[in-house]
Structures are given as structure tokens and as C-alpha cells.
Write a protein that binds this ligand. Structure first.
Ligand SMILES: NC(=O)c1ccc[n+]([C@@H]2O[C@H](COP(=O)([O-])OP(=O)(O)OC[C@H]3O[C@@H](n4cnc5c(N)ncnc54)[C@H](OP(=O)(O)O)[C@@H]3O)[C@@H](O)[C@H]2O)c1
Length: 287
């Protein structure tokens, strides 16, 4: 290996100690024999601008952006396409000869997870629970697939309204919004084809919680939960019991990482290996 040619990738965020990204990307680089290395940097809010200067100065090739920088990093980038600008958040950057190009692979990862699960969105009614950062990215990617309708349900109604209005204006695909409540869930789930949980309800340590009562789950729907810790949320467990097709958050996590890997390396990502590493790490088998 010619070390001076090594391409460096990193993730910047705060906190960063529990990130799985260095583990899965380094294993994937190794698996393909690529001369790349991935490290994690804790960067607080005040240091973001300096960190981006550092990325340019050290010619760091690929960057993942996580909490709390996904939105503010946009102002430091050279190229951002319309879709990413509409989403308003970036989680992946590639440095092409000093030009920083921003991407959002969260939405792409969710879509790839659905495709892998054999789910087509065309002509389907999609119910999205939540209107936070992940929901924003996912709703824009879902809208591109021409579902028959999109319904966004969120605890804070105003955020759902704003997201629905923005998506409708920017994509031409009508998205509607309501407050997340038992009544709206009951009504909207009657004819839903796919429900995607983008809230943090059910995430560890609150694993006994679920955003959707079991009584509203049926066998002819697809239930995707983007939470990946625990590996099987209460929502997914109950959806399986109801006979529904389920897609776990690990699939999205792995596919958003695979999408970033492909942007940086130009190689097809070893998705199955990345998934295996992720599951082992989440089960506590890898330290
Ligand atoms: N699989 C993956 O690759 C992946 C990627 C990104 C995120 N995630 C997971 O997705 C989840 C959301 O992440 P995010 O970045 O979008 O977070 P976020 O921006 O903080 O949004 C959180 C969402 O959850 C809702 N929520 C929180 N507590 C709630 C409660 N008790 N009842 C009802 N709704 C509640 C919020 O509603 P309000 O607007 O009312 O506050 C908001 O819609 C997290 O669990 C995260 O780990 C997974």
C-alpha cells in the first residue's frame, strides 16, 4: 500500500463517541482493498467553520455530517443540488479537487431499503410519522417515487404542516399533514399501504413505547421503522405479529452508509458485509 496516496474520510459531529461509521466504512474499504481510511472527529457547534477549513486544508476526501451540523453545514459548501437544498440538510460531502459537494443519503438510504425489501411506492398511500430531520429527507425521496398520496403525522402539528407545504410546492406531489393522535392514526391507517416511523418513539432506552397502536396494524401493509436501536422495535415486533411486511432501521442505516461509500469511492458498497458489521456492533459483539 502506498500510504501517501491514502484517501481520508471522516465523520464530524457532537457527540460522536458512539458512531458506528468508522467501523463499517473501514471494514468495507478493507474488504474491497481500497486505500482509504475513516476517522471520527468531535466538532462542536462553534468549531464547524474551522473544521470545514481543515477539511479543505488537509484535503479530506469524504465527510459524513451528523448532529448538530446537518443543517448549518450547507452554508460552507460549494455545490448542493436542488433536492438537497429543498431538504435543507446534508449528511455526506465529497471533496472534488477542493470543491465541497453536499448530498443527503438518509432519504436515499430509506428508499434503497424499501427497494431491497421489494416495496414499490408508485400509486401507494404513504403515511409518515414524524417531521424531524430524518422525516424531511425521507418525504422528499418518497415524493419522487410518485405515491398516490403522502400523509405526514407529527406531534407538533406546525412542523408537519410546514413540511407538507414545502414538499407539495417543491415537488408538485401533494403531501398533507395532521397532528399525530389516536384519531388521526385510526383514520389515516385505514387505507394506508406503507407507514414509515420517523419519530424517535420506541428508541432505546424507551423500548416499550410505540407510535402506532397494535390494533391499527394489518397484514396487507408495509411497516418501516427507521429506528435501529433496538434492532427490532416494539412497532416492528407487533407489525410482524399482525402479518405485515416489515423493514428495519438497520436497512436504512446500512444503505445510507453504502450510498456515501459509493459517492466517495466510485465502487459498489459491500452492503451485506456492512449490514453484518452493524448488527454485530449493535448486538455488542464488536467493540
Ligand atoms: N436508520 C437510520 O439511518 C436513521 C437515520 C436518521 C435518524 N434515525 C432515527 O430516526 C429517529 C428520528 O431522528 P431525527 O434525526 O429525525 O430526529 P429529530 O429531528 O429530533 O425528530 C424527532 C421526531 O420524533 C418526534 N417525537 C419525539 N418524541 C416524540 C414523542 N414522545 N411522541 C411523538 N413524537 C415524538 C418529533 O416530534 P416533534 O416535532 O413534535 O418534536 C420529531 O418528529 C431517531 O430515532 C434516529 O435515531 C435513523
Amino acid at each position: 500500500m502506498t500510504l501517501y496516496k491514502t484517501k481520508v474520510c471522516c465523520v464530524i459531529g457532537d457527540p460522536i463517541e458512539h458512531t458506528l461509521s468508522p467501523l463499517i466504512h473501514n471494514k468495507a474499504f478493507e474488504n474491497l482493498g481500497l486505500d482509504f481510511v475513516y476517522v471520527a472527529f468531535r466538532v462542536n457547534r462553534e468549531m464547524l467553520g474551522k473544521a470545514i477549513d481543515g477539511i479543505r486544508a488537509f484535503n479530506i476526501h469524504g465527510i459524513n455530517i451528523t448532529i448538530p451540523h446537518k443543517v448549518r453545514v450547507l452554508e460552507y459548501l460549494d455545490v448542493v443540488n436542488d433536492l438537497v437544498r429543498n431538504i435543507g440538510a446534508v449528511n455526506t460531502i465529497v471533496n472534488e479537487e477542493g470543491r465541497l459537494i453536499g448530498y443527503n443519503t438518509d432519504g436515499d438510504g430509506a428508499l434503497r431499503a424499501l427497494v431491497k425489501g421489494g416495496v414499490s411506492l408508485s400509486g401507494k398511500k404513504v403515511v409518515v410519522l414524524g417531521a424531524g430531520g430524518a422525516a424531511r429527507a425521507i418525504v422528499y425521496f418518497v415524493a419522487k417515487e410518485k405515491p398516490s398520496s403522502i400523509m405526514i403525522l407529527n406531534r407538533t402539528r406546525e412542523k408537519a404542516d410546514e413540511l407538507a407545504e414545502n414538499v407539495s410546492t417543491k415537488t408538485g406531489m401533494l403531501a398533507r399533514a395532521k397532528k399525530l393522535a389516536n384519531q388521526s392514526l385510526k383514520y389515516e391507517m385505514q387505507d394506508a399501504d406503507l407507514v414509515i416511523n420517523c419519530t424517535s418513539v420506541g428508541m432505546a432506552p424507551n423500548i416499550g413505547e410505540t407510535p402506532l397502536p397494535k390494533s391499527l396494524l394489518r397484514k396487507d401493509i408495509v411497516v418501516m421503522d427507521i429506528i435501529y436501536n433496538p434492532l427490532e422495535t416494539r412497532l416492528l415486533k407487533e407489525a410482524k405479529e399482525a402479518g405485515a411486511i416489515t423493514i428495519s432501521g438497520v436497512e436504512m442505516f446500512v444503505h445510507q452508509a453504502a450510498s456515501a461509500f459509493e459517492i466517495w469511492t466510485g465502487n459498489k458498497a459491500p452492503v451485506d458485509l456492512m449490514k453484518q458489521i452493524t448488527i454485530e456492533a449493535l448486538e455488542g459483539e464488536l467493540k
